[in-house]
Design a protein around this ligand. Structure first.
Ligand SMILES: NC(=O)c1ccc[n+]([C@@H]2O[C@H](COP(=O)([O-])OP(=O)(O)OC[C@H]3O[C@@H](n4cnc5c(N)ncnc54)[C@H](OP(=O)(O)O)[C@@H]3O)[C@@H](O)[C@H]2O)c1
Length: 299
């Protein structure tokens, strides 16, 4: 049996991936969701905005599965400001997209089987060279991202601050993937680690908090009209690639951690310059551990 633990399977790219993986005989999916699981699948309660909820979910996984073959950290949200705070006191986008997943990864790491797979969903918005519509990250300082009021360079315009918080959280995702891949424990157990950027994939729930015209355009472009913008990916291709990475039917070339879906095809480009900085990678790992109350080493 192949056991896959996954977040973000209730809609969009993740739901398509989960359904695909569930159809493979011998696969067992353990989903974490804050709402109801998609029809035919089961989920345990998980709200990534709460560190307590992450710990409870990790306990539930432990009771169900002593060993995990694949961990898919796909959940994510984008907001129109950086004003939200979780019950733990952290900026919401950073907390959900990075910190909650970081804690879950740390709590489940010891359960990953030899040769197991970890996929973390990132975004091209982390990379200024991609020239996306969002403002690119300025840094990956976990303390400032968790507490933006302390950031002297915090954007005044709410939407810019929200967009940068999203892009920064996705920079943290790539840095976390690189940090994990560099851990002696991950190397000893031959883990495959991938930071997966599904690329621009309209028609998902990602812009649910955006103004109506943006939501309408997003849904419209999620239809066959998508073909008028060739750089947009289809949800089917984005979900399929996520499932293939999780199941190991698509594998990174040696030395690669960052995957990007472009024109419905999986590519393996270098991530941004900031994402390649080892000093940022190590500091983020340590600062994130401190924020979630864990020691800085991997167990
Ligand atoms: N679509 C794109 O163009 C694009 C591009 C690059 C990267 N991505 C990334 O791809 C991933 C999937 O996004 P999507 O486009 O498929 O959007 P989506 O349809 O909104 O899916 C997001 C998923 O994350 C879950 N989630 C959000 N907040 C959560 C929380 N607090 N606790 C637990 N789960 C939570 C959602 O669950 P609920 O049902 O409970 O809300 C949903 O299952 C995200 O990480 C996103 O950042 C998307």
């Amino acid at each position: 049996m192949t056991t896959i633990v996954m977040t973000g399977a209730t809609s969009g790219i993740g739901e398509i991936a989960a359904r695909k993986m569930a159809t493979v005989p011998g696969n067992r999916l353990i989903l974490g969701a804050r709402g109801r699981a998609p029809r035919g699948l089961n989920a345990y309660r998980l709200d990534l905005a709460s560190l307590d909820s992450v710990r409870s979910f990790a306990d539930a996984v432990g009771e169900q599965a002593p060993e995990i073959d694949a961990l898919v950290l796909n959940a994510g949200l984008s907001r129109t400001d950086a004003d939200g705070r979780t019950a733990d006191g952290f900026e919401t986008t950073f907390a959900v997209n990075h910190l909650g997943h970081y804690l879950l990864l740390r709590l489940l790491l010891a359960r990953l089987t030899d040769g197991g797979v970890v996929v973390l969903t990132t975004s091209g918005t982390h990379n200024p060279a991609e020239r996306t519509l969002l403002p690119p990250p300025r840094h990956a300082d976990a303390r400032l991202l968790a507490h933006p009021d302390q950031d002297p360079d915090l954007d005044r315009e709410p939407r810019t601050a929200g967009g940068r918080a999203y892009a920064s959280s996705k920079l943290c995702t790539v840095l976390t993937a690189r940090a994990l891949a560099a851990q002696p424990e991950a190397q000893a157990r031959r883990l495959t680690v991938v930071a997966y950027d599904p690329g621009p994939t309209p028609g998902t729930g990602l812009v649910r908090e955006a103004p109506l015209p943006v939501r309408a355009g997003w849904w419209l472009l999620g239809s066959p009209l998508r073909r008028i913008v060739p750089r947009f990916n289809s949800r089917a291709a984005a979900g399929r690639a996520l499932a293939e990475l999780a199941l190991g039917t698509a594998r990174p070339p040696a030395g690669h951690v960052h995957a990007a879906l472009r024109r419905d095809r999986l590519t393996w480009p270098a991530p941004s310059d900031l994402a390649l900085r080892d000093d940022l990678m190590t500091k983020l790992w340590h600062d994130s551990a401190a924020l979630v109350g864990l020691p800085t080493h991997s167990r």
